[in-house]
Ligand binder design. Structure first.
Ligand code: EPZ
Length: 424
């Protein structure tokens, strides 16, 4: 296993390109099962989760190959196997996204029931309720969920909670159902919209994506296509938080400012100067200490839960007191304990963290517990006095492409080394 060694104190300066979105490309890859044929997907980030999803598709009978740095070709002509096994699903919950495309494509799916993860129980009851509304038979046995659709027909679902994955599974399954489907309280995330866009390019009839009500008119068949993934809004937000933490000045390219409006507004509240021009974001803290701000995570277009840990890190040395409330996941504050070990003054009460800004924090040996918690520990280490060692960084490799190279190009002193204490 690897770890990062970070020598803190460098202000980030310079320009980097934002990679394609992890949370957009995973459903796009799954969607290729809907219609046998050959697809080309561009702007794909080189991430562990992408490789895992490509392996799952190969297991189902597809053929996924990298074509150059950031393009993959997918041939789903041979997809006949409908079982997503425990060994794979336990590595990546997003495997559950093949439920909707297998049901739409070959009318049956057996997917290992995803367990919880570090940040919460993360049930899929709403996914299954949605598929049942399309006439699917759902049974759970021996840790697997079996879904069959003798006759896939349009239905109607009102999600009790906004669910990104649930909305995505419904979009895929209903695109080939007979009749109209209505999804109410649908997720509005840009990644859901990106999936709808690719499905429409394949011939699906979808209206309302990006709003709380999406209507899908099922079609008889779809057409394979070529598609480019949107930029990763959470990667962009993560680098903006790192810029704030180090009082630096950076330029981000290949991003979509509109997709992180809530994050930009919040960081402007801390005193960061941010200007957006097309696909470029310029941000500068110009050596100022950020003001403390309050934030509450919400479904899009609210402040994203995937940016909560990174903002918490940036608030540890702010001026004032910040209340950070997590409303999406029940256990997404584990980074607080690790940040406290670096000298941060954080008290977690229920799902709110109260962060009293301190003058400075100090480097320490810390451990990553999940993808975004890892990002928050790296951000803290960039500004901490002395050395920070972040272990278990396999979490970070799931969602950030070449993060240490990008940070090094902005002047950070960060290196990846073997972690002799953590075995192979
Ligand atoms: C997606 O997860 C993202 N992952 C997550 O990003 C992100 O945090 C999350 O959406 C929220 O924005 C991918 O897109 C691959 P949900 P997803 O279904 O779809 C509850 C990251 O760091 N719920 O929107 O699994 C659930 O427990 C990851 O990149 C049910 O109760 O999230 C949670 O409290 C982490 N029943 C809330 O809804 C269900 O059937 C939101 O979950 C489904 C969800």
């Amino acid at each position: 296993m690897d770890k990062f060694i970070i020598e803190g104190g460098e202000r980030l300066k310079g320009k980097i390109g934002i990679s394609g979105s992890k949370n957009a490309v995973l459903p796009l890859i799954a969607a290729t099962i809907l219609q046998k044929g050959t697809y080309t997907i561009g702007n794909v980030p080189r991430l562990k989760d992408v490789t895992t999803m490509m392996k799952l598709l190969d297991l189902l009978g597809g053929k996924c190959e990298w074509r150059g740095d950031h393009t993959i070709s997918i041939d789903t002509t041979g997809v006949e196997n409908h079982v997503a096994p425990y060994e794979l699903v336990k590595k990546m919950r997003a495997s559950v996204l093949v439920l909707g495309s297998l049901i739409g494509g070959i009318k049956k799916a057996t997917v290992s029931y995803p367990g919880g993860c570090a940040i919460g129980e993360r049930p899929i009851d709403l996914h299954l309720k949605g598929l049942s509304s399309l006439g699917c038979e759902v049974t759970i046995r021996e840790g697997y969920v079996d879904v069959t659709a003798k006759k896939l027909r349009g239905g109607r679902i009102t999600f009790d909670t906004v669910t990104v994955g649930g909305t995505e599974n419904m979009l895929m399954a209903s695109s080939l159902a007979k009749g109209e489907t209505v999804i109410e309280n649908a997720a509005r995330e840009p990644e859901v919209v990106d999936l709808a866009r690719m499905l429409k390019k394949m011939g699906a009839q979808i209206d309302g994506e990006g709003t709380p009500v999406i209507r899908i008119k099922g079609v008889g068949e779809l057409t394979p296509c070529t598609y480019d993934v949107i930029g990763d809004r959470i990667e962009a937000g993560t680098f903006l938080a790192a810029c704030g933490m180090t009082r630096g000045s950076i330029v981000l390219e290949n991003c979509i400012p509109e997709h992180i409006k809530a994050v930009i507004d919040k960081l402007r509240e801390t005193g960061m100067e941010i200007t957006c021009d097309g696909n470029t974001i310029k941000a500068s803290m110009s050596r100022k200490r950020p003001r403390a701000v309050d934030v509450k995570t919400l479904p899009y277009p609210g402040f994203p839960t995937d940016m909560q840990a990174q903002l918490m890190a940036a608030m540890t040395t702010s001026k004032g007191v910040s209340a950070i409330t997590e409303t999406i996941f029940e256990n997404r504050m584990m980074h607080a304990a690790e940040l406290r070990r670096m000298g941060a003054d954080i008290r977690v009460v229920g799902n709110t963290a109260i962060v009293h800004g301190v003058e400075s924090i100090s480097g320490a040996k810390v451990m990553a517990t999940d993808l975004r918690a890892s990002a928050s520990l790296i951000i803290a280490g960039l500004a901490a006095y002395g050395r920070t060692e972040v272990s278990r960084i396999y979490h970070i490799d799931r969602g950030y492409e070449h993060i240490e190279e990008k940070l090094q190009s902005l002047g950070a002193r960060i290196t990846r080394v073997k972690d002799e204490n953590m075995g192979a």
